[in-house]
Design a binder for this molecule. Structure first.
Ligand SMILES: Cc1cc2nc3c(=O)[nH]c(=O)nc-3n(C[C@H](O)[C@H](O)[C@H](O)COP(=O)(O)OP(=O)(O)OC[C@H]3O[C@@H](n4cnc5c(N)ncnc54)[C@H](O)[C@@H]3O)c2cc1C
Length: 425
């Protein structure tokens, strides 16, 4: 088993990073080379704006190269809960932004000719308990009536055609949801930025920033550059001189396994519907098949703010038990890859984008950013290029998390709370 992301190991690497010192004057500097930053940089370069992207490690080093591979429409909250927290107009706008986000990815994949196995697979939100099916059904009625008629409610009996597991009590199907190979997409996006004239510096962590009132100087160990505007796209991985954002985004570990390629019989017996699947527990799981027929199986596993080889391996063992509970026939299946990454949670689990602390920013996708990050990156790119403001999060207030200064000491307590909740509800 390799302790590496399957997406990185099975994608051609981007080799177009700028060599030599970081230097020069740009209209916009983008910090962070995940989907948010790459999408913004692509939009800016396409509009003829001089843009440089600074990435601390390599493109896709963060969540964008480590996720579960789902492009699900729908927020981290149920639609009903979003309505309750945000009011009907904002909840609808955000729900639709997630729909649009999947369309945006489909369009970019076609425009840039990125070979990433994008497919409208549909998503199943699986009820892990009978009572969860009641809440899923209630939410489905509101979603179907008010925002997404491309949905269906499936009973436990209906599920037999979709998934070979007795662990679930029904599901909501969202037909707009999709899946793709995340590594091929992230490296394809970096190629597209370069083709359009954007400059990408890898191994260039921003360690300092200064302003003279009209623009910024960003410093990295490879040199420094100046830019009129800066777009921060660092989400859960935010490091360097960006304390304002570290106090608002909580990094939480999420972990993933990829099995060996399953044969046709095993697929027919476990994932005949070949959709993206998400369970309804708070400490739940998400899974799908890969383009080469592996089961990509993820989950929170542990409430840790660390993802390194030791932590990923520990979480991998917990995930393996969950996999065996859901699919007993895969209990002994070989695991080829095991990895983890950090999800950027906000206190209320709604994403944020806008301007603060002298910077433009988009982050806090709370584990649902693979599609939204690309879409919001594009929207913020348009805003910075002076092409109007379509930001669905515009004007949402965003307070710092009390007692949080970058290292979330309180995560084990949050984990305990959710585990108890999963036991009693
Ligand atoms: C294990 C896991 C599973 C997930 N599964 C899903 C899923 O199936 N579906 C879904 O919708 N979402 C999922 N997500 C969330 C999704 O991957 C993220 O929301 C999305 O990738 C965020 O993209 P981003 O570009 O904003 O941030 P990232 O991809 O995290 O990129 C941020 C980048 O900023 C860089 N950086 C940080 N500080 C600096 C600095 N000072 N200077 C320069 N660079 C810096 C980092 O190195 C990093 O590369 C998952 C996340 C994880 C970790």
């Amino acid at each position: 088993m390799q302790l590496k992301s399957y997406w990185h190991e099975t994608a051609p690497r981007f080799c177009g990073g700028a060599q030599g010192p970081v230097e020069g004057r740009f209209d916009v500097a983008v910090v962070g080379g995940g989907f948010t930053g790459l999408s913004a940089a692509r939009t800016l370069a396409k509009a003829g704006v001089r843009v440089a992207l600074l990435e601390a490690r390599h493109v896709g080093h963060g969540g964008s190269g480590r996720n579960g591979g789902h492009l699900n429409n729908g927020l981290a909250h149920s639609y009903l809960s979003a309505k309750q927290h945000l009011g009907e107009a904002r909840a609808k706008a955000l729900y639709r932004a997630f729909d649009d986000a999947v369309d945006t990815i489909e369009r970019i994949v076609a425009e840039e000719g990125i070979d990433c196995s994008f497919r409208r697979a549909g998503k199943l939100k699986l009820a892990s308990k009978p009572a969860h099916f009641d809440s899923i059904a209630k939410n489905f009625e509101a979603v179907h009536r008010e925002v997404d008629p491309d949905t269906a409610l499936l009973s436990k009996a209906d599920l037999r055609a979709e998934i070979g597991s007795d662990a679930f009590h029904g599901a909501m199907l969202s037909k707009k949801s999709a899946m793709m190979h995340m590594g091929r997409f992230v490296h394809g996006m970096a190629d597209a930025v370069k083709r359009k004239g954007g400059v990408i510096y890898e191994d260039a962590p921003v360690t300092a920033r200064e302003t003279d009132g009209s623009g910024w100087r960003l410093t990295t160990p490879r040199g420094s550059l100046t830019a009129e505007r800066v777009f921060l796209a660092t989400n859960a991985y935010t490091a360097g001189p960006f304390g304002h954002f570290r106090r608002r985004v909580i990094p939480v570990g999420s972990f993933v396994l990829a099995t060996r390629p399953l044969g046709a019989d095993a697929i027919a017996a476990t994932m005949p519907g070949n959709r993206t699947c998400v369970t309804s527990l708070n400490v739940g799981n998400y899974f799908r098949l890969s383009p080469d027929d592996r089961l990509i199986f993820g989950g929170r596993a542990r409430f840790s703010a660390v993802s390194d080889a030791t932590s990923d391996e520990k979480s991998g063992r917990i995930l393996r038990d969950s996999l065996a509970r859901i699919f007993p026939r895969l209990a002994e299946v070989e695991i080829d890859y095991c990895w983890g990454g950090l999800v950027g949670m906000t206190k209320d689990r709604f994403p944020r984008a806008g301007e603060a602390d002298g910077l433009y920013y988009a982050m806090g996708y709370s584990g649902h950013g693979a599609q939204l990050s690309t879409h919001i990156g594009e929207i913020m790119g348009e805003a910075m290029a002076g092409k109007g403001n379509r930001n669905p999060m515009e004007g949402m207030s965003w307070e710092a998390v009390p007692g949080h200064f970058g290292k979330p000491w309180f995560l084990p307590l949050v984990g305990l709370y959710y585990r108890v909740l999963d036991r009693i509800r």
